[in-house]
Ligand binder design. Structure first.
Ligand code: AMP
Length: 229
């Protein structure tokens, strides 16, 4: 089972990806995670990628494309993969398609989480982390998971713990840059989504799943589970 998952930053793509990964027991390949691990490990790749990542720019294709295509050939991907964060532009989309053909790999699902740009931005900027548990959902812009109030202070709605915001969630310039790339239908990520949707019209073995990302994470997961085989 091989799956591509698309969705803007703030759409809950990571959470929904985990649902797919678990259901099929396939390897979750996340381009952003691979870069972050390389930066942490101080590798050559990490050193090259860091300046681009810090600015919110894409790491150049000549670094990213071979990195991901080689990763998909590793042993733990034999049983299938869920690719998250790649392809992110038209060039990567084309390279992905060529690699699928060359390696005789089948693509089973293309999942797209659709979310309005302003809502996606609010989701990121409104996210608050609970000191007691990262999985306690709190967001100042989402009514269903609005933090509670205690002595005039915002606290975790689940346990009353202290809340904080992640620094990179508050960097509006970097968020805008990443969304500029995602929502670009000419050469950005949405161009790539379109490319694979068109491909599915010619190849009926590729199934497209479009999900409305507006409801809560749980509702979106339920819809997704209902649409997977
Ligand atoms: P993410 O965790 O997916 O948001 O990725 C974090 C950062 O890694 C991005 O802002 C890019 O700088 C870089 N990155 C991740 N995936 C790609 C990709 N497919 N192409 C180029 N750069 C990428």
């Amino acid at each position: 089972m091989n799956v591509l998952i698309f969705g803007p930053n703030g759409s809950g793509k990571g959470t929904q990806g985990a649902v797919v990964q678990k259901k099929y027991n396939i390897t979750h390949v996340e381009s952003g995670v691979i870069f972050r691990e390389n930066i942490k490990g101080g590798t050559e790749l990490g050193k090259k990628a860091k300046e681009f990542i810090d600015r919110g720019d894409l790491v150049p294709d000549d670094i990213t494309i071979p990195m991901i295509l080689n990763r998909l050939k590793e042993k733990d991907c034999e049983n299938g993969w869920l690719l998250d964060g790649f392809p992110r532009n038209s060039e990567q989309g084309k390279a992905m398609h060529e690699a699928l053909e060359k390696e005789n790999m089948k693509l089973d699902f293309v999942i797209e989480i659709i979310l309005d740009r302003e809502i996606a931005k609010k989701r990121i900027m409104g996210r608050r982390l609970c000191v007691n548990d990262n999985n306690h959902p709190n967001n100042i812009y989402i009514d269903a998971i609005k933090p509670a109030e205690k002595d005039g202070k915002m606290v975790c709605r689940v346990c009353g713990g202290e809340l904080s915001a992640r620094a990179d969630d508050q960097d509006e310039t970097a968020i805008n840059k990443r969304h500029d790339i995602y929502y670009d239908t000419a050469t950005g990520t949405l161009a790539s989504v379109h490319y694979f949707k068109e491909l599915s019209k010619k190849d009926s073995s590729i199934k497209v799943i479009e999900l409305d990302g507006t409801p809560g994470v749980k509702e979106v997961s339920e819809e997704l589970m209902g649409k997977l085989d």
